[in-house]
Design a protein around this ligand. Structure first.
Ligand SMILES: *Cc1c(COP(=O)(O)O)cnc(C)c1O
Ligand code: SF4
Length: 338
């Protein structure tokens, strides 16, 4: 039996223990991987600005003794984060200007995003919400009725995206209540969830959650987040297989990251591996210019060349759309027509 199938049977709270048992200090992870902090460029000051966190499940997919491991690079608080970076800011995509109600961001026609929680099981150093003031901008239970009323009052909305943080950090009861309340809003046709948990904590994909998705009156699209094929091991594949049966569509978004996936081989391998796991690539995001993430940036020229090379190599349905989010634009802006 696969680990994910066992996790599904271990009871709905199994994943919360696994979450709590993650690495909370970078030094612990490095010792476990057999790496010297100085050799990988660890910065405790960077971890003070944005806390370090990673699940054991994700850490098990890192290569021991490899300072350039693409999974390690995504979570390592690095000295580079503290270098001055002109043009990098705290709210690079104008999230705060699009706030319509507590926890509700509305930028694009027909769809709006709910910041359901600040919690994530892993802290990605390039995260565009790493500086996001969640305390005053997430959906608190006490505000839920007002926010749902604001959604109901906007007849143009057809789709609500549960985001965060990670919406699967909410427990199943809270999710069930949200699904039920959103499904009662007559103009909504679709729900969506943007989540990294199926990849970083596959034990979260338990039987109860799968039933919730399956039973939701509105079709639920799940958009996962993986940046490298090495993230998708057998345990994740098994969880994604189960998830795919319970949702309307299963898609992936990635961020183009220097030192992680900035080669055509790496991107092609990711698309192939996603397909083998039942997931189609959706977006490849150009890095949002958030403070602390400049060392991950790939130039637009290089990104476009990579996207073209990928398009020349794979069938169209395995080529993600290379996009940048520009504050004030009516949609994500495509950078290359691949
Ligand atoms: C990215 C984003 C969406 C989703 O855009 P799609 O192109 O539909 O995937 C929706 N709302 C906000 C605020 C976003 O940032
Ligand atoms: S899981 Fe997503 S929201 Fe959470 S830190 Fe990573 S990129 Fe940011």
């Amino acid at each position: 039996m696969s680990p994910a199938a066992r996790a599904g049977e271990a009871g709905p709270d199994h994943w919360t223990h696994e979450w709590a048992g993650g690495f909370g200090r970078a030094r612990e992870l490095l010792a476990w991987l057999g790496l010297e902090p100085a050799a990988v460029g660890l910065s405790e000051a960077a971890a003070d600005r944005f806390a370090f966190r990673v699940t054991r499940s994700f850490a098990r997919r890192m290569r021991r003794g490899d300072p350039a491991d693409p999974l390690l690079r995504q979570v390592l608080p690095a000295t580079d984060e503290l270098l001055p970076a002109p043009g990098f800011s705290q709210d690079p995509v104008g999230d705060l200007g699009s706030r319509r109600a507590p926890g509700l961001l509305h930028k694009y026609h027909g769809r709006a995003l709910l910041v359901t929680t600040a919690s994530c099981a892993i802290h990605c150093r390039y995260c565009f919400r790493r500086e996001f003031p969640y305390e005053s901008n997430r959906l608190e239970p006490r505000d839920q009725a007002a926010t749902l009323a604001a959604i109901a009052a906007d007849p143009s909305l057809q789709e609500i995206i549960l985001s965060g943080g990670d919406p699967l950090a909410l427990d199943d009861h809270r999710l069930e209540a949200l699904f039920a309340e959103l499904s009662r809003i007559p103009q909504l046709r679709r729900l969506r969830m943007h989540t990294r948990l199926p990849v970083v904590l596959p034990a979260r994909i338990g039987d109860h959650l799968l039933r919730l998705l399956d039973d939701c009156p509105l079709p639920v699209t799940v958009v996962i987040h993986a940046n490298h094929a090495q993230e998708l091991d057998a345990e994740v594949e098994s969880a994604l297989g189960r998830l795919r049966m319970a949702c309307a569509a299963l898609l992936n978004q990635s961020v183009l990251l220097r030192g992680v996936n900035d080669s055509v081989e790496s991107l092609a391998e990711l698309s192939e591996r996603l397909f083998a796991c039942g997931v189609l690539p959706y977006y490849l995001h150009q890095l949002d210019r958030v403070s602390g993430a400049a060392h991950f940036e790939v130039s637009d020229d290089e990104a476009i060349a990579l996207a073209r090379a990928l398009g020349a190599r794979l069938p169209g349905y395995l080529v993600p759309r290379l996009v940048r989010e520009i504050a004030g634009e009516p949609a994500k802006t495509p950078l290359a027509l691949t």
